[in-house]
Design a protein around this ligand. Structure first.
Ligand SMILES: *Cc1c(COP(=O)(O)O)cnc(C)c1O
Length: 363
């Protein structure tokens, strides 16, 4: 198939697309990184070269997100999924009360882990509308006292994203930002902790970013060393060997985004990209998106074909035209176009052209 031998537009939900410029830079620098005579995967993480690379990445991430000084930025492993456990293990008192707002399957997974360490109050759960919307903030039944309140900023599978930051007063707000990180500016000071697996909108899998307010972290010696935030804080995220390659590539992506003009510029492009596709889908008789308009994701856009039996044909034809990874998650069905930062407006235009042609022929 032609698609195998040429570059494609990649609509994967994760691992997601990387900017072409970053891929080229990695290819050029790989054999002899930073003049070391070695590749980045062969050097010591304790070497001066890597420590510089690592702290540059942190500084660039801090400037992209405007991270205040009273927050730690940590580079961890284990994916966002390990954070489902580390957060309840590390934040607040043992077995204390915490609130969770569930807007889809990732939120449900976070709850399942939290229940092992905390008393979980489900402040809101939009299962009744099949996770196609976010319940109004004033309907949430929040605890008066809770060690934190957890939300999922974007449910990657159903394509449901917060377009507001909940007001939680002095209860720390914790957010899974795996699929929105760096897609728009974020007011970090409104959060106690945010976390993201890198492989959606940053870089290669194996790296997890955690940004946490300093006063929320205590040393808890009873939990395993590698699950204790304190140990990473004390060691600049190098308690053991960190994911050197992923960290380096993430650093290149941060640099690239700064060169693009930062997150305000990126947000503008992402708004435009998603609007193009939603407008097309909404004006079509053949394609549809079930998500409440006020919480539609800018990053992950699921859409259904009027006739399900055409799904396989749609996927085969789109791939042969260089539009890869459009299959929807099995729990939702249909298609999903993930349009992270590295999937450009040209990709969205080509997708829409393809969708028009497909509808004309088979619709
Ligand atoms: C992908 C994803 C996860 C799981 O991430 P891993 O890094 O694979 O553990 C969790 N939350 C959200 C919102 C995601 O999109």
């Amino acid at each position: 198939m032609g698609a195998k031998s040429q570059l494609v537009h990649n609509f994967s939900a994760g691992p997601g697309a990387l900017p072409k410029k970053v891929i080229e830079r990695v290819r050029n620098d790989f054999p002899n990184w930073n003049g070391t005579g070695m590749s980045i995967t062969e050097i010591s993480h304790r070497s001066k070269d890597f420590i510089e690379c690592a702290s540059k990445a942190e500084n660039n991430l801090r400037s992209l997100l405007n991270v205040p000084d009273d927050y730690h930025v940590l580079f961890l492993q284990g994916g966002a999924t390990l954070q489902f456990s580390m957060i309840p293990m590390n934040l607040g008192e043992k077995n204390s009360l915490v609130d969770y707002v569930v807007t889809g399957s990732w939120g449900n997974k976070a709850v399942k882990e939290a229940k092992k360490y905390k008393h979980v109050n489900i402040a809101s759960d939009s299962v009744a509308n099949n996770y196609t919307s976010i319940n109004d903030e004033n309907t949430w039944s929040r605890s008066k006292v809770a060690d934190y309140i957890h939300i999922t900023s974007n449910e990657t599978i159903a394509g449901v994203e917060y377009n507001f930051v909940p007001e939680t007063g002095n209860i720390p707000l914790v957010s899974d930002i795996s699929s929105t990180i760096l897609s728009r500016p974020l007011e970090i000071s409104k959060f106690g902790l945010v976390y993201a697996g890198a492989q959606k909108n940053i870089g290669p899998a194996g790296l997890t970013i955690v940004i946490v307010r300093k006063d929320l972290i205590n040393d808890i010696p009873k939990i395993p060393a590698l699950l204790n935030y304190h140990n990473y804080i004390e060691s600049q995220s190098m308690y053991n060997t960190p994911p050197v390659f992923s960290w380096y590539v993430a650093g290149l992506v941060f640099e690239y985004l700064l060169d693009c003009g930062g997150l305000k510029v990126i947000e503008k492009i992402n708004k435009e990209k998603s609007k193009l596709l939603y407008d097309f889908v909404d004006n079509s008789e053949f394609y549809s998106n079930p998500v409440d308009k006020k919480c539609r994701s800018r990053m992950n856009i699921p859409f259904l074909l009027k006739d399900n039996s055409l799904n396989e044909l749609f996927l085969a034809k789109s791939l042969s035209e260089g539009l890869a990874n459009l299959k929807g998650h099995r729990s939702v069905g249909g298609m999903r176009a993930s349009i992270y930062n590295a999937t450009g407006i040209d990709a969205v235009r080509d997708l829409i052209d393809f969708m028009k042609g497909f509808e004309n022929k088979f619709g």
